[in-house]
Every structure is written in C-alpha cells, then in structure tokens.
Design a protein around this ligand. Structure first.
Ligand code: NAD
Length: 282
C-alpha cells in the first residue's frame, strides 16, 4: 500500500509559516495585497476564487476582487491590469482563467508586471523558469515540487512521465522536473501507446481532467503517482484523474483527490504573494 501524500496537512504547515511572515511584514507597516480579476460568471472559477479569498484571510493577505462583465473589451481588461501594475499597494495580480474566448488571455498574462505575476504565467517568468533562475513558479507545479521535497522524493535520474501539456500545469512541470535532474517524458492527447510511457515512469504526474483515467495496469510497481485532476464522477463526487483505490495498492506514494495537489496549489499562491511583497520592499 502506498504512502498517501497528505497535501492538506502539508499546506496547513506552509500556511502557518506564511502567516508568521505576513505578520512580520505587517509589523513593519507593509500590508501584502493580492488583486484577483475575474471576467464573467464561470461557476468553477467562483468557487476557486472564494477558496483563495478564504486562505488570504487566514494568512492576513488583503484580497481585492475585480469582477468584470463578460462583455468587456480587451483594452478595458488591459487598462485594469496596467492600473494594478502601477498601484504600489498591490503586490500580486491574478487573472482567473478561463475568461471569455473573445478575449486574448495570453496577451493579458503578458501585461501583468513580472514582479506581481504570482501565478507565474508572464512569458518573462516562464522564461526564467526554463533558465532555472529565481522566479514565480506557477502554483500547481510548485506545490508538487514542495510535496516531493517534504516527502524526500529525489528526482535525480528518475524517469518522470507527465500526462498533460497545459501552460499552467504540464509545461511548467517539465522545467521543474528537469531542474531537479529528472529524465522527463511528456504525454498528451496525441501520444501513441500511452501505457508504454506510463509503465516506464518512476514518477507519474497526471493532469488531464478525466475521472479515473489512469488505472493500475498503467502504473509501474512502486511508482510515485501525483494526481492533479479535479473531476466529478457520475455521483457528483470529487475525483482525480487516477483510479485511486486500485493504483494505491501498487504505488509507493500517491496523492488523494481531494486533499492532495489542490491545497498545495493555493498555499503556493500565498507563498508567491508574500514573496512578491518581500521583493517589493527591497
Ligand atoms: P487542460 O484541460 O488544459 O488540458 C488537458 C491535457 O490533457 C491536454 O494537454 C491534453 O493533451 C491531455 N489529454 C487529454 N486527453 C488525453 C488522453 N486521452 N491521453 C493523454 N493526454 C490527454 O489541462 P489543465 O488545465 O492542466 O487541467 C488538467 C486537470 O487538472 C483538470 O482536471 C483541472 O481541473 C485540474 N487542475 C487542478 C489543479 C489543482 O490545483 N489541483 C490546478 C490546475 C488544474
């Protein structure tokens, strides 16, 4: 039976440490602030943003929400981002995705000042990660790397297979794992013979968005399995991309859903806001 990587507990420890740092900043008269922009009324986004606001409150970070009408024009969105870039009281800016498809999200991410880009989506920060320079690492991959660190899972020389190549999870994970000296394979919807790649993995990271997609026959004995997926099964129950019940019997370590990657993602967002605030005061 695998060791269950307790993301919930680990995230709690990180939040406690961040609260101490936040209090220190406040004692010096600096109030960390995160500005969150949401466009339209996407249901899932509303839940994610609510969760982020709760955690900000817990740590003591000021949370400022900008709700924009789904019919806004690109230049109105960019104007808001530029206004927040100029506002010294704002340390982190987050544009919640998705936004309506008529808007250009990549252009918008590129307009967020790299110093306030706490999601790590600005091309400057993406480039810095590729060059293994200090930067804001996108929160989900960063949270996963912290899980490896906390559970003493060394990536050096390991075969890491990532399923999913999104800009927010799969692609930054490639760099994170390479920077830790892993041999990285990336699979996606056009990959042929997926099982061949997954069975070769010492560490398998799954970010697809399909409930229980990874079954035990796809996993090598003793592999570390990280499940990024957030789905609802036929009964409305929250599930990951991995068939947890069966894969757990084969893996050495596994993350549950819920209580795995999710809480660590939010903790790393908070980490990035505190880091942005500390950088700004230098
Ligand atoms: P996405 O939805 O942008 O893309 C999915 C990826 O899966 C694509 O790269 C695609 O090529 C790949 N894929 C789809 N079907 C496949 C198949 N049959 N075989 C192999 N690859 C296949 O990805 P995303 O935004 O990274 O989200 C993935 C999942 O992770 C979603 O469930 C999302 O909700 C979840 N997620 C969770 C967190 C968290 O904090 N826990 C954060 C971000 C995303």
């Amino acid at each position: 039976m695998a060791v269950i990587i307790d993301g919930k507990e680990l995230a709690k420890k990180y939040r406690a440490k961040l609260k101490v740092k936040c209090d220190e900043l406040k004692n010096k008269g600096i109030n960390p602030k995160l500005a969150v922009i949401m466009v339209g009324n996407d249901n899932a986004s509303q839940i994610y943003v609510k969760n982020k606001s709760k955690v900000c409150e817990e740590i003591g970070i000021i949370f400022e929400e900008y709700l924009l009408n789904e019919n806004i024009k690109q230049d109105e969105l960019i104007n808001l981002i530029e206004k927040l870039n100029r506002d010294d009281s704002v340390h982190g800016i987050l544009l919640q995705s998705p936004i309506p498809s008529n808007l250009n999200i990549n252009e918008a991410f590129g307009k967020i000042s790299p110093e306030k880009d706490v999601d790590g989506f600005n091309p400057v920060n993406v480039g810095k990660l590729a060059l293994n320079q200090d930067t804001f690492v996108s929160c989900t991959p960063y949270g996963i790397m912290k899980m490896f660190e906390s559970y003493n899972i060394d990536l050096t020389g390991k075969n890491v297979t990532i399923i999913g190549r999104s800009n927010i999870v799969g692609k930054p994970l490639i760099q994170c794992c390479l920077n830790k000296n892993a041999t990285v394979t990336v699979c996606h919807s056009k990959t042929k013979d997926l099982n061949e790649h997954t069975k070769n993995a010492d560490i398998l990271i799954v970010a697809i968005g399909k409930s229980k997609f990874v079954t035990d026959d796809m996993v090598k004995d003793g592999a570390v399995v990280i499940d990024v997926g957030i789905n609802r099964d036929e009964n409305g129950k929250l599930t990951g991309d991995v068939d947890f019940e069966n894969v757990e019997k084969k893996a050495s370590y596994i993350t549950p859903v819920p209580g795995g990657v999710g809480p660590m993602t939010i903790a790393m967002l908070m980490n990035n806001v505190i880091k942005a605030t500390e950088n700004a005061k230098l």
